[in-house]
Design a binder for this molecule. Sequence first.
Ligand SMILES: [Zn+2]
Length: 459
Amino acid sequence: MTHQTSPRNPAHAPGTNATPDAGPAPAAATPRDFSFGVGSRLTGPDGQPRPGRTGTITTPHGTIQTPAFIPVATQATVKAVLPEAMAELGAQALLANAYHLYLQPGADLLDEAGGLGQFMNWHGPTFTDSGGFQVMSLGSGFKKVIDMAGPKAPSGQGADDAVAPGKERLANVDEDGVWFKSHLNGDQHRFTPEVSVGIQHQLGADIMFAFDELTTLHNSRGYQEEALERTRRWAQRCLDEHARLTGERAAKPYQALFGVIQGAQYEDLRRQACGDLAAMRTGFPDGGGSGGDALEHGFDGYGIGGALEKANLGTIVGWCAEELPEDKPRHLLGISEPDDLFTSVENGADTFDCVSPTRVARTGAFYTADGRFNLPGAKYKRDFSPLEEGCDCYTCAHYTRAYIHHLIKAKEMVAHTLISIHNERFTVRLVDRIRVSIQDGTFWDLKDEVLGRYYAPKA
Ligand SMILES: [Zn+2]
């Protein structure tokens, strides 16, 4: 585990730019500042190669050993947990949300503060998602979790203008972008591919995502095709704008841009989207030594997004892994449970984000090797053991179930902090073990052992 210190660097304090004695000016930002290298490859129980692999993502703010779990810090904070504690529990990078930070406090403010990481005192790599998911899912009232749990209507059967019961439609898509209403105060806003990329450049994360149209499993096949074509056109616009801003903001560290693969549950659409985005290129200013010539460059990696049913998760990630270039990282946007982690790694995802560790913590739920339990239960009132025996997290080293049970009953906020630290550490550690198991050839044994125990019927 790493322990982060946070030296204050006056050269990067808000409102000041590099001073003459701050050393030589940094080289201009270039896509060469971001890279991915594949390490070990997964072999199936049958001895055949599988898409899963280990790797290293190199960013201007440090490296990420993959597969890696990326905890979510939606509003520039992991809910109830300090960045120092996230570093101590082994988080390698954090993912924040462009939509939320654009509305509050504003992307220009983060730019002025020196970017997301500097603003929130996190010195490792950062991601921002494009805001497309929030703009459209908050807009239609459908959250992805509904799709993950199974659609209410049979998938692919009409309902293109469906809105969740009791919700007003708050987002409208056209060729150029999306009009939407703020969930905070109802104000009207507009996101286009250029606006989203501009916001993400101001937010300053190491890895950004192209602005895409989120569809749901309720949409018809015809609408999925139309939306996918629009997402393809938006992807090229994102890439072009990204290259322009990289040149305009050449003194800032390079920010990688990932294209986002949509296509819902349709194999042909997913494969086509992968091929289209993998082939996409634009001209970048080359900050390196080749005389300032333009550098033809595409996306730095890919996000797999959109409507996914849990049962199809592995199949869809597998289609994408077959089509996408081997030498670029693949991020799976938004998953939830331990079995999803194994499924997505096995099928070729390198990184994934997930809000579950902190979301379930707020209801008092904690993860253990034997499954998820609810701490508000009366049986924990006099249980003086840690949340999980053998866990190396700060919470388990210092606090008992009885104490945290008391904090929940007394409605003390620190309960959320203590459970969140444990749940984040549980998830980070599980993915660390998965990574090592690919290296030493024990992935399938680990999967059987972990899932067999986690999902075993409870006594
Ligand atoms: Zn723990």
